[in-house]
Design a protein around this ligand. Structure first.
Ligand SMILES: [Zn+2]
Length: 258
């Protein structure tokens, strides 16, 4: 994400959006030092919540060094050392989006260390799964890494960017599954609704991709419209786009909708 435009915030507010989640993410370039992450963590814990509040939107965030930048274990450990200080911020929901990008050995090692931070500080976890051909293998590696931690409770972890071939793996183990919506590529609103029809509505949520490619912050409201076109009632739509995410995030004492 890294700062949406004010037009995006206005559109979200007009569509009835109450809260946004910003996972710690890639800045569009690899940051040169841990100091760059320190500044970024300040941005998403101090400044961005104030911008969102001007549009009556609650802003929550997640902290980590994302898998795309975790190839250098020295840098990754310097960044991870910053996390405990920022976990005190009132809008932080947990550790994320951690996970794998290219399923490399270093990425896996840093993933393990992030899981340990979440365990030590009793935090929720948001997990990124690789896109395209690495997704199935990466999802299996991530699930194994999470389940290796005996204290980890799958109901406090959301595994994001699921597709048809990974959603059952995630849900069968008791994790939450996130469906990230894109206008054209990857999972579209229609594909996500097909998945709801295949795998049910327990422990699933939808999120609008807001990354560096073509993405649309209104993907979730557009999916709601599509659900209505398919004949689903208000209770069903409310569950997917409001109650389910609120139930998951509500496991953090920091989350509360005004
Ligand atoms: Zn991601």
């Amino acid at each position: 994400m890294v700062s949406r435009t004010t037009d995006d915030y206005m559109a979200l507010a007009m569509a009835g959006c109450k809260a946004v989640n910003e996972p710690a993410f890639w800045a569009g370039y690899d940051r040169a030092s841990a100091q760059g992450f320190y500044d970024y963590f300040r941005q998403i814990t101090e400044y961005e919540p104030k911008r969102a509040a001007k549009f009556c939107i609650e802003h929550y965030c997640w902290l980590c060094i994302n898998p795309k930048e975790s190839e250098d274990p020295g840098l990754a450990r310097e960044v991870m050392a910053l996390i405990p200080e920022f976990l005190k911020s009132p809008n932080v929901l947990g550790i994320g989006e951690i996970g794998l990008n290219k399923n490399s050995r270093n990425e896996l090692m840093i993933l393990e260390e992030h899981i340990q931070i979440a365990e030590d500080h009793d935090q929720l976890i948001l997990v990124h799964t690789p896109h395209l051909e690495d997704k199935l293998k990466g999802t299996k590696l991530i699930i194994d890494a999470l389940l290796n931690h005996s204290k980890i409770d799958p109901s406090r972890i959301i595994i994001d960017h699921v597709e048809e071939h990974t959603a059952p793996l995630v849900l069968d183990k008791g994790f939450w599954a996130g469906m990230t919506l894109y206008p054209e590529s990857k999972v579209t609103p229609n594909r996500a609704i097909d998945m709801l029809e295949m795998y049910g509505t327990e422990r699933v949520w939808m999120n609008s991709a807001c990354d560096w490619g073509v993405s649309d912050p209104l993907s979730v409201p557009k999916a709601a419209l599509e659900m209505r076109r398919r004949g689903y009632d208000d209770a069903f739509i409310d569950r997917i786009i409001y109650s389910n995410p609120a139930q998951f995030m509500g496991q953090s004492e920091r989350f509360g909708l005004k």
